[in-house]
Ligand binder design. Structure first.
Ligand code: ZN
Length: 60
């Protein structure tokens, strides 16, 4: 899987705010993701991102 900064991805587990799409802010051993609804940022290990990855979201 090839992830790039700026992509919007869907995860299997939604954020507590109910949103399920995340913008990639940083890639590496850990990914920094931003919830596109509430702007909350999280650091998630790449392996976890790959496991719960559901698909890319087309940018409007
Ligand atoms: Zn959120």
């Amino acid at each position: 899987m090839n992830f790039e900064v700026g992509q919007i991805i869907k995860m299997k587990k939604p954020h507590p705010c109910g949103n399920n799409s995340w913008e990639i802010l940083r890639v590496g051993m850990d990914f920094r993701l931003r919830c596109t609804w509430c702007n909350h940022q999280v650091m998630i290990p790449r392996t976890t991102v790959e496991k719960s990855f559901k698909g890319f979201v087309e940018k409007a």
